[in-house]
Design a protein around this ligand. Structure first.
Ligand code: ATP
Ligand code: MG
Length: 446
């Protein structure tokens, strides 16, 4: 039985704004138990409550528990200001530009605490705390508000559920429970307005749909293809972060399928989208994402440069081939192609130098891996990026891109002892590796 305490119209939405209700679900009618909530999250909730503030678990923490998943992290919403939160926790820091929030740090666990935000309908251009651009993009969003307002300015109904640790209830302002049962992602308010305010919500829709295996509600889905280009207005650094979230949640391939279906690949990876449109295969991307998904599900880490090396591979192939067709020698053509592809990509999404460097090396090593004669195999294996390049080679082999057996050769070479390695090298190619080696030696010394 759901107790309806109040209902109101938020006044946003161009057409018929839905009526929102505040429904309180008592402890015996939901599955959020304190035992699933992390100790740090409980500590933050309790301390805020004891200091006289309201504080609730919200977002993915509540959503994931309700569908029987383990939350990735815990977010807390409160009526305490960021400064008040910061004063209560020595182990906290104030962060954020678009909206000031507090991170409370407990070892490796970070509890994100946000102050209730104000009503999204309150878009007064003279109001310095809440500004939108000509595209409807929210540039600043620093208005504090009530709990109801906070709920209605969240993105999806299933993300606007609050758990109260004082009476163990779940509070639902946007019929999120109903959507959770129907496994639907529904934006709160008018979808087009909400996407224009923050186009990243389109990526969030895709990410949650893939991760939760939810449908996107028809009216939430409808505007995406048309509005996808708005993502080009998002700062590259934020897009870089969002891309990492998209591909490192363990559902990368499902996410990739949806990005393509909703034309969202082009604003993120313009060169890759162009290459695929002109017939470049995406086998390597798929293999890499399957590989990544498996690693994440096994609790292993994935590196952003490996992901980016895969996502940009079709673009690199197209550019490299074009240059070779124009008569550039293979090696300089590769270097030029690498520079070009990275140069164009950083205009769409940032790639921090600590990732673009290793990504380049993975690509360059792909040319060296087939050439193993003489000392080359040993030199390649000593390269700091050898391991990642070898993993990349295995993925390329699965995608049918390299001579069969090359990956296996490198697997065995790494495991072999000195004598077996020499044997493997002497068995290489019947087309006279020794002769070739002699010819190449002078060049190597230069
Ligand atoms: P997860 O942490 O599992 O990726 P989440 O739903 O917790 O999913 P966060 O990015 O941690 O996502 O954000 C926490 C909550 O903040 C969301 O559930 C949502 O209510 C709100 N939120 C985050 N980003 C936006 C956004 N761009 N627009 C509106 N609300 C947002
Ligand atoms: Mg979260």
């Amino acid at each position: 039985m759901l107790k309806k305490l109040m209902s109101f119209m938020p006044g946003r939405g161009k057409k018929t704004a839905p009526v929102y209700t505040r429904e309180i679900i008592p402890r015996d009618q939901h599955t959020v138990s304190r035992s699933i909530i992390s100790e740090p999250a409980k500590k933050v909730l309790n301390r805020l409550n004891h200091a006289g503030f309201e504080a609730y678990l919200v977002g993915g923490g509540v959503r994931d528990i309700l569908i029987g998943e383990r939350p990735k992290d815990f977010d807390i919403a409160t009526n305490a200001t960021p400064e008040e939160v910061h004063d209560l926790f020595r182990n906290s820091r104030l962060i954020g530009r678009r909206f000031r929030i507090v991170h409370v740090l407990f070892g490796r666990e970070v509890i994100e605490v946000t102050t209730f935000r104000g009503n999204a309908a309150n878009t007064d251009d003279d109001d310095d705390d809440r500004r939108t651009s000509e595209h409807g993009l929210l540039l600043r969003d620093n208005v504090y508000g009530s709990m109801e307002e906070d709920a209605l300015r969240r993105d999806f109904t299933v993300n606007a559920l609050y758990y109260c640790i004082r009476d163990f209830t779940v509070i639902d302002f946007a019929r999120g429970i109903e959507d959770l049962h129907n496994r639907q992602l529904r934006l709160i308010g008018d979808p087009e307005t909400r996407y224009r305010e923050d186009p990243v919500r389109m990526l969030r829709a895709i990410r949650f749909a893939a991760k939760l295996d939810f449908d996107i509600a028809p009216d939430t889905e409808a505007p995406i293809v048309e509005l996808a280009p708005l993502l080009t207005h998002i700062p590259p650094a934020r897009l870089f972060e969002e891309i990492l979230k998209l591909f490192s949640a363990g559902y990368g391939e499902a996410t990739y399928d949806r990005l393509r279906r909703y034309d969202l690949l082009a604003p993120l990876f313009p060169e890759t989208a162009r290459a695929l449109d002109s017939g470049e295969p995406d086998q390597l991307i798929r293999q890499a994402l399957q590989n990544t998904d498996r690693r994440i599900q096994q609790g292993k880490s994935v590196t952003p440069y490996f992901l980016y090396a895969a996502m940009l591979w079709p673009a690199l192939q197209a550019e490299w081939r074009k240059r070779q067709d124009n008569g550039e020698p293979i090696q300089p053509a590769l270097h030029q192609a690498i520079a070009k592809v990275i140069g164009r990509q950083v205009q769409a999404t940032a790639i921090p130098k600590r990732f673009s460097g290793p990504m380049k090396e993975i690509w360059e090593l792909q040319m060296r891996l087939p050439r193993r004669n003489g000392k080359r195999a040993f030199q390649t294996m000593d390269h700091p990026r050898f391991r990642a390049a070898y993993d990349f080679l295995l993925v390329r082999e699965l995608a049918g891109e390299v001579e069969p057996g090359l990956g296996q050769w490198w697997t065995e070479f790494q495991e072999a002892d000195e004598r077996d390695r020499e044997k493997m090298l002497s068995q290489l190619g019947s087309d006279g590796p020794r002769k070739r080696r002699r010819r190449r030696k002078p060049a190597n010394r230069e």
